[in-house]
Design a binder for this molecule. Sequence first.
Ligand SMILES: [Zn+2]
Ligand SMILES: [Zn+2]
Length: 421
Amino acid sequence: MPIFDQLPQDVLDGILLSLPDFTTLSAVLRTSKSHLYNTFQAHPKSTALSIAYNLVGPALPQAVRVVFNADPKLCDEDTILADRVLDRDACELLQQNAAIVQRLEDLFSFRNKDRSSAASKLTSEESLRFHRAAYRFWLYCKRVQAELEENDTGYEQILDSWPTDGLLEIDRVASFLQDVLSWTFVLGTEWSDGWDSSPPAVLFMGGPDTALSYWESAELPETLWVWHLTFNFDEQLRTTLARRNIKADAQVTERAKAIIDTAYGSQDDCYRCHEPKGLDLWGRPNWQLLRGIISVRRLIQTLEGNLSRNSHEMSQLADHIQARDDDLRLTFDWAKFIEELCDMDGDAEGPWDKDQWYCLDCLLALVRLRLREWWTATKVKEGMQFKPDCWYGYNCRTQVHRAQHATKLNHLCTPTRGDPA
Ligand SMILES: [Zn+2]
Ligand SMILES: [Zn+2]
């Protein structure tokens, strides 16, 4: 890149220091062997630090402590940037972690700040609080794991090192991670399982990275170090806050406003029932998130008559909703599903306005009304086989206890005879 050869030294310095991330740095160094490379070699530490700041922002000290898994009792947030050198591996990890925290921020904002945007709408201050807390909680989880492996209980003092508002921010992020895990449980729930969709309380102690990867892969871990935990973060935090005279009820109210100052649309009403549901309203922009809110089990339970207890039919429906492609990604499109339900026009409700926002109860009412017909139409579209109709249709009782009957006849139809056998 001969153009760089003609630039004055201070401009070259400026270019390097303003690069947005380490991938760009590698690319620039690869394409410019002479001048820029020499410029970088003259100040590798300060260049790395400057790019790290561009990448992570003001939560850099907290992010760097996570990268080094630094013991908070020995390594202060105020001095870590001077104490540690960001080598190549550290820079790479910093960049990976920054991407994870950013994706979590997007999701956090989507559910807690602005339900109409999948990209974060947090202000710079809210974003800093979120990032700082995410990295602090991440470090806490890593330290608990490290110290438990060494039979050390030093993690008990970690929370003491943070200010009270910082602890409440961490508490908010931790409860958000619990939400993320609950959504993952909802989308992984088998329709035939009897248990409720709530993850074990210790699971979020796996840290922000594990919570996000479970949500994105829609899969829950079979083994994780946290299963062996005999305490949880909530208990420790409560004790630490109690020592600072913050009572449990104050903790709950303070936590709720620890990160977000104002949320958009928090007073909005449901278009159909006019209940003020605010951020718990669902519309075209956030239908995709319903996969973590409405389990297959809950969908199936909305069906009429005895259909929900017809194992043959319900397995087919559950398989359709929980199908995965070759890369194990879920293929069912929730936004398309709700859109198709809204468009159906064979009942008193008529088509729904897809540009409006509805509460979960109203959406479930829509599902209850149209799921059976939607599933019938989908099976036709997919070329799935239909057996002759059972006279008793969805009300048939035999479909529940005789597998052979359930497979031999179609029960998605309306009954043509009463008094089901
Ligand atoms: Zn409603
Ligand atoms: Zn039947």
